[in-house]
Design a protein around this ligand. Structure first.
Ligand SMILES: Nc1ncnc2c1ncn2[C@@H]1O[C@H](COP(=O)(O)OP(=O)(O)O)[C@@H](O)[C@H]1O
Length: 271
């Protein structure tokens, strides 16, 4: 991974079509650097599908960092740095942040990881546009892209039920989902993931998890991010995964689909 953040930076500074040839050169260089390395996976999926939950669990199992660009954006927002006002306006309207800003935040995160000896990654929320996918492809090899899928009506309910503990940072969901089968949609039951009693009074809701903004984000996902699925499908890297329900039901099935055994030990078998 050592080279990825430097290459991403170069790519961010080279958005012009004229830089495409240079990017192809960088790609060859990156490939050489990544012959022996940890997994480099991407999680795709609509807002609320559970990318963060499953990417975070898998990252612990596989022993690579879980890097969520949404978290990087929220950290930047909370830091009251020069970008925070501009970011707040974009995020709270459910729009996408510019590729330049996202790549800068991601490069910095990879750089911090490198100094701590991190290697490999599970990316969550990146790439979200075909442009971002092309840039990533130009700088490093992605081994696998997991596309998490869930009915859209359930996605909205899940987003509206999301809560975070402002003290411990734990993520919970107060929604109790019981969506009936119909119109070709499968029945989905998801019990709430309730916080422990000491977190109860400290729960906060993301400013962009309102009904209006979630609907906007779903719309933008369909317009801007859906083509990223096709980008990886064409390259034979896309693993489609329909979530059958909540975590207890979905987690073992996801591990099965990935051919991973959960031994509660980082030396798990990854095929
Ligand atoms: N790769 C990205 N490109 C552009 N904007 C991004 C990206 N990742 C995150 N963001 C911004 O951060 C917000 C929150 O991201 P995230 O937590 O991944 O949300 P979601 O729950 O919609 O998947 C997005 O709505 C967007 O404004």
């Amino acid at each position: 991974m050592a080279i990825v953040h430097r290459l991403l930076r170069s790519a961010a500074a080279a958005f012009s079509p004229a830089a495409a040839a240079a990017r192809r050169g960088l790609s060859a260089l990156a490939a050489e650097q990544t012959l022996e390395r940890n997994v480099q996976w991407v999680f795709l999926g609509c807002p609320g599908v559970g990318k963060g939950t499953y990417a975070s669990r898998l990252s612990q199992l596989v022993g690579v960092p879980h890097i969520a660009t949404g978290d990087l954006v929220r950290e930047e927002l909370a830091s009251s740095g020069p970008l925070s006002q501009q970011l707040a306006e974009i995020v709270n309207q459910g729009k996408l942040v510019s590729d330049e800003i996202i790549i800068d935040l991601l490069s910095k995160r990879l750089e911090r990881g490198e100094t701590k000896g991190e290697s490999g990654f599970i990316l969550d929320g990146f790439p979200r546009t075909v442009g971002q996918a092309e840039i990533l492809e130009g700088v490093t090899e992605i081994d696998l892209v997991v596309n998490l899928k869930l009915r859209e009506d359930v996605l909205l309910e899940k987003c509206l039920g999301r809560r975070t503990c402002s003290q411990c940072g734990g993520n919970f969901n107060i929604a109790s989902i019981n969506a009936e089968e119909g119109n070709g949609k499968p029945r989905i039951c998801m019990p709430p993931l309730l916080p422990p009693a000491n977190c109860m009074s400290k729960l906060i809701t993301r400013a962009d998890d309102t009904e209006e903004v979630v609907k906007k984000r779903l719309h933008i996902y369909n317009e801007m991010s859906r083509p990223v699925e096709e980008f990886y499908r064409k390259r034979g890297k896309l693993l489609e995964f329909d979530l059958p329900g909540g975590i207890p039901e979905s987690w073992p099935k996801l591990l099965q689909a990935l051919n991973i055994e959960d031994h509660d030990d980082k030396q798990c078998a990854v095929a």
